[in-house]
Ligand binder design. Structure first.
Ligand code: SF4
Ligand code: ZN
Length: 239
């Protein structure tokens, strides 16, 4: 028996407080007799039987003691003697994780899965913003994973088409709106949303300013945009 007469027995994980409710608190002499081989365990078992944290206690004991034999187990824990616990271990008893522990483990494994997915997507060349959205990880974490993989910064690796696909959203009534900040830098070149949409739509850099031709302020549908050259051509046709 671990001496549960104070909170937090040494060396044990303190994710919960079940030890605070141990029925054996203060009964170290009874639970850890000097000569355990000749001591009866009846009294300890009686106390354990009414202990509110018996399952937690047994789980902790089985976890700590692992598969060792009865001679390397001490005292009654969770209502069982060393011999009984050794027998339980031989039958493949797997300690149920404490609910708090199980929750923490589930969170950890979900995060590990997300990180693994992020690694795969980054290796496929997906941009950070997309990886973050898919995995639920933050951009900083995705950036760190990218760094760890020795991959170049997606900020520079992505194309105008990638940036456009990430940010331009259909409005549902025949136009497109820009979702996010109005400036994007690609390969060191800074584009406004409409310049970027123009490059994507016409395959060339715009000449002069890019203007919306559909009348919808901020529309980034490439076919609703015109640069200086296009405006002049339109004027010439109309003349
Ligand atoms: S089950 Fe027994 S040994 Fe474990 S905490 Fe309760 S009283 Fe103590
Ligand atoms: Zn439009």
């Amino acid at each position: 028996m671990k001496l549960y007469h104070r909170r937090a027995p040494e060396g044990l994980d303190r994710r919960d407080d079940w030890r605070d409710f141990a029925a054996c608190a203060g009964l170290g002499d009874l639970f850890l007799p000097r000569d355990e081989r000749n001591a009866s365990s009846a009294e300890q078992k009686r106390i354990c039987a009414g202990c509110p944290v018996k399952t937690d206690c047994l789980n902790a004991a089985m976890k700590e003691e692992g598969s060792v034999d009865q001679f390397r187990r001490a005292g009654v824990r969770g209502g069982l003697t060393p011999t009984e616990r050794a027998g339980l271990a031989r039958y493949g008893y797997v300690p149920a994780p404490h609910p708090e522990e199980a929750k923490a483990d589930a969170e950890l494994s979900a995060r590990q899965k997300a990180r693994e997915q992020a690694r795969q997507l980054l290796q496929e060349g997906r941009p950070d913003v997309e990886v973050a959205a898919t995995t639920g990880l933050c951009r900083t974490t995705v950036g760190r994973i990218r760094e760890g993989l020795g991959l170049p910064n997606s900020y520079h690796a992505r194309t105008p088409q990638d940036a456009f696909n990430e940010r331009a959203k259909p409005t549902g009534d025949g136009h497109m709106k820009w979702d996010g900040t109005n400036a994007v830098t690609i390969n060191g070149r800074r584009y406004t949303a409409s310049q970027l949409a123009f490059v994507v739509g016409y395959g060339r850099e715009p000449d002069g300013s890019v203007m919306v031709t559909c009348g919808r302020l901020g529309c980034v549908d490439p076919s609703h945009l015109a640069d200086q050259t296009m405006r002049e051509q339109a004027k010439a046709v109309a003349a």
